[in-house]
Each structure stands twice: as structure tokens, then as C-alpha cells.
Design a protein around this ligand. Structure first.
Ligand code: GDP
Length: 455
């Protein structure tokens, strides 16, 4: 492993009360001692771990700021190495100068996620827990944060290791039987193995299903706002984002491109696209927007279909009703502050969820929130259960589950036990890839490349 001493600003790239420069590695305390002079005169290089020192930061002889330096001694630190954290005033200039001073004193700039990567490589946390650090930082709501914290604390890894362990025991007896068929090894029978596989299958299926119903809370889902021009799509988008994002006019066809926004509705994160109004048109430019909107509608996981409740439905509305068929969708009868003229029955027959809304006053927003929570089944999500926190982890679980199903099929198909053994081995590999015990360096690099610098 690279044992250079790394440094980075750990706080956001914006002015704040406090800015933190983190230094980690073999020479972290020497680097800190060179740029940070305690008021007591003691060097932080001689400090015990878990100590805070008050003093001043210098770059060569230039005093930069008053600061506090926290010292953590290996292995009892976030990274498992010696770590110094200098908390200075949170101005952009000051934090950058303190970082530069650390680099001048011998540290090298940390790469994205390098502190957490070192924590992983030093055995402080496993890969699933490391990923949940980013999920925790990016959490937009209470449930998402609770789920990430619970994975960080190891709930998921414990569950996955339990499943892997049960498969390892089966494999161990299988391997002995396959390798030494003439020895007097207790016969491993399919009947003994099946319950273990069935139990593993159930656990993994539950974890995957749980992730799928929590994904709207943890990762977010792709949603789309569709409707013919002028029904109030942009006004709805502005209501959901809380600020004027789309151009609102009363001229039909003003939103031509797809505007995308991440919004939080209750606990649910939606990547919402406000599209051009879908209608038959001869206008070439508008038509491009309409095609984009149709494509977006096709791949959306959730459709918010908007209708103008104050006007009778038209053929363009019926077209949208048709296109929303078979999708998870909420019909919004907008402009509910005006008298209802649209044929509500046509809408109720086509959509399971219909919400009367006034996008301009906000009336009906709570009903929309409840309808979306029901559609996404987030009411079944329990952040205290074992939670996957990334698509990578989900894929590992799916691969393991498929291999276990192959093992069961091999038993039922009367295949030899070494075929069963190969399938069980593949399942174990997938589970160990999830926790990082058997992940390739390419997988590890890919995971940490998504981190921010300083984490
Ligand atoms: P879009 O073309 O579907 O994006 O529609 P806009 O959001 O641009 O709205 C079209 C017009 O309808 C604008 O004049 C809005 O002020 C108006 N409008 C939107 N929502 C409402 C509503 O809930 N009530 C009323 N009375 N007018 C609305």
C-alpha cells in the first residue's frame, strides 16, 4: 500500500465557521508539528492520541491562523494511521493556505476518498461500510441517514457474512467429499444441503427486496412530469423544488428541453424531469422536445401525469393517459383552486392514484406525497434492518442468489456434487466481493473514485 502522508481539506469548499485540514500517514504528526505550534510549547509530534492542542498555524515563518490540532495515534484513528486534524477558521483562503502549508511540510494531496480507502485497506471498515459513509454524507432524509448509519455500523455485513459462513460450511464438507471420495468422510447428502441453500436464498431475497423498496429513500428514483402544454407542469416543478426553476408562462410550448432536478418529497428522493408539453405539433423545435419527453416517459420509474382540471380533457390528454398505462403513475388534476370541469371519471378509471392539486397554491401537496410513498412502497422500508446502500452491493447479492439457485437446480437435476460445489463457491465469492474481502483492486478503486476529496 502507498504509505505516503496525505492531506486534504475535509470541510466543504465554502466559507464556514470552522475549516478542517486532515493529515494522515506515517509522518502525519511530524508534518503537523512543523506547521502547528502549540501555545504550551509542546510538540504535537510527541502528543498522545485523542488529544486536542491549541496553537497557531504557520507556513514557514508566516503565521496563518489560530487553530486547534486534534491528534489520533495509529491504529486508533479513522484511517488506522497517525492522523492530525487542524481546525482553523473556515475561510476558503485560510483553509487552502493551511493545506498548502501541510503540503510544503511534506504531505501529498489526498485523492478522492483516500482517507476512507486507507481505513478499508487497514481493516478499520469493510467495503460495504465504506460505501455507506458516502451514503450518509449524501443522505437527504431521516430514513436514508438511518439506513446508511446502520450499514456503517455493520448490520449488513454481519448478515451477509452469516450467509457466506453457512455456505462455506456446506462447501467445506462438499470439497472434502469431492477431493477424497475414497476416504471415510461422512456422506454429504443433497438433503443436508438444501435447507442451507433455501435459508440463504430467503435471506438474500429479503435483503434485495428491502433495498428495492428503500431505493426511493436511499438512492432516489427517476420520475417524470408529463402533460400537454399549459396544464401547470413547470408550476408543479417549482412547487416541488421550492424555487423558480422552469419558465412559467401562459404561452403553450415554452418548456422545450428536459429540466432535471433532484427533489425530496417527504422521505423520497426523486430525480424529476419537467419535460416539454406532449402534444401533436408541426413546430420542428417543439417536436424535438416532445420526442425527448416521450422517451423520458418510457423509461421513468414514476410518472406524474398532469391534467388541467379546470378544462375538459382533450385528445392530447387521452394520449398521455394511454402512454402512462402499465407504469407506476399518479394523475394530478391541477388547478384545483378553479372549478373542476375535466371528466374525473376518465382519469380515475385509468389511474389508481388521483390527486387534486393546485400547483400555484400548494394545496394537495401532502396528498401527492402520500400517494408517491404508497406507490414506491417506502412505508415497508425499515432503516434498522440490513440495508444495501449501492447498486454494486445489490448486484453482488443478485449474483450470489443466482448461484445459489443454480446449486439448488443442480441438486434437483441430479447433477454431481462437484457441480453443486462450484455454484456454492461462486455465491461465496459474490458475497465476499460485497464486503470487500475478495474484491479486486479495480472494484475497490471504482468504489472510492465516487467519494469526495477529504473523505
Ligand atoms: P406548463 O406548460 O404545463 O409547464 O404550464 P405552466 O406551469 O407554465 O402553467 C401554465 C399556466 O397555468 C400559467 O399561467 C400558470 O400560472 C397557470 N397555473 C399553473 N398551475 C395553476 C394552478 O394550480 N391554478 C391556477 N389557477 N393556475 C395555474
Amino acid at each position: 500500500m502507498n504509505n505516503s502522508t496525505i492531506a486534504a481539506i475535509a470541510t466543504p469548499n465554502a466559507p464556514g465557521g470552522i475549516g478542517i485540514v486532515r493529515i494522515s500517514g506515517e509522518n502525519a504528526l511530524d508534518v503537523a508539528a512543523e506547521i502547528f505550534k502549540t501555545v504550551s510549547g509542546k510538540s504535537v509530534a510527541d502528543s498522545k492520541g485523542y488529544c486536542a492542542h491549541f496553537g497557531n498555524v504557520y507556513d514557514n515563518n508566516e503565521r496563518l491562523d489560530e487553530a486547534v490540532c486534534l491528534v489520533f495515534r495509529a491504529p486508533r484513528s479513522y484511517t488506522g494511521e497517525d492522523v492530525a486534524e487542524i481546525s482553523c477558521h473556515g475561510g476558503l483562503y485560510i483553509t487552502k493556505r493551511v493545506l498548502r502549508a501541510a503540503l510544503n511540510a511534506g504531505a501529498v494531496p489526498a485523492e478522492a476518498g483516500e482517507f476512507t480507502k486507507r481505513a478499508f485497506l487497514n481493516g478499520k471498515i469493510d467495503l460495504a461500510a465504506a460505501e455507506s459513509v458516502m451514503s450518509l454524507i449524501g443522505a437527504s432524509g431521516k430514513q436514508a441517514a438511518a439506513a446508511a448509519l446502520n450499514t456503517l455500523e455493520g448490520n449488513l455485513s454481519r448478515e451477509i457474512k452469516g450467509v457466506a459462513q453457512s455456505l462455506v460450511s456446506v462447501c467445506a464438507s462438499l470439497a472434502a467429499w469431492v477431493d477424497y471420495p475414497d476416504e471415510d468422510i461422512e456422506d454429504t447428502s443433497a438433503e443436508d444441503m438444501l435447507p442451507v441453500f433455501e435459508n440463504a436464498k430467503k435471506k438474500l431475497s429479503d435483503i434485495i427486496r428491502h433495498y428495492d423498496c428503500g431505493r426511493a429513500v436511499t438512492d432516489g428514483i427517476d420520475a417524470v412530469i408529463v402533460g400537454k402544454p399549459n396544464v401547470g407542469k413547470s408550476t408543479l416543478m417549482n412547487l416541488l423544488t421550492g424555487f423558480e426553476r422552469s419558465i412559467v408562462t401562459d404561452i403553450a410550448g415554452t418548456t422545450r428541453d428536459v429540466v432535471e432536478e433532484k427533489i425530496v418529497l417527504g422521505e423520497i428522493i426523486m430525480r424529476v424531469a419537467d419535460t416539454a408539453g406532449i402534444r401533436e405539433t408541426e413546430n420542428v423545435v417543439e417536436n424535438i422536445g416532445v420526442s425527448l419527453a416521450r422517451r423520458r416517459l418510457e423509461r421513468a420509474e414514476l410518472v406524474l401525469a398532469v391534467f388541467d382540471g379546470s378544462e375538459p380533457l382533450t385528445d392530447d390528454d387521452l394520449d398521455i393517459i394511454n402512454q402512462s398505462k402499465g407504469k407506476k403513475a399518479v394523475a394530478l388534476l391541477n388547478k384545483a383552486d378553479l372549478p373542476l370541469t375535466a371528466d374525473r371519471k376518465i382519469i380515475s378509471d385509468a389511474f389508481e392514484y388521483v390527486v387534486e392539486l393546485s400547483a400555484s397554491t400548494g394545496e394537495g401537496r401532502d396528498e401527492l406525497e402520500k400517494a408517491v410513498a404508497k406507490i414506491c412502497s417506502t412505508d415497508e422500508f425499515n432503516p434498522n434492518a440490513a440495508c444495501l446502500t449501492s447498486e454494486r452491493q445489490r448486484q453482488c447479492c443478485v449474483n450470489a442468489l443466482n448461484s445459489i439457485e443454480d446449486a439448488v437446480a443442480a441438486i434437483h437435476g441430479g447433477m454431481t456434487l462437484d457441480a453443486v460445489n462450484v455454484c456454492a463457491d461462486c455465491a461465496i465469492d459474490a458475497l465476499l466481493e460485497l464486503t470487500g474481502e475478495k474484491a479486486t483492486s479495480a472494484v475497490v478503486d471504482e468504489v472510492f473514485s465516487r467519494f469526495c476529496v477529504g473523505k
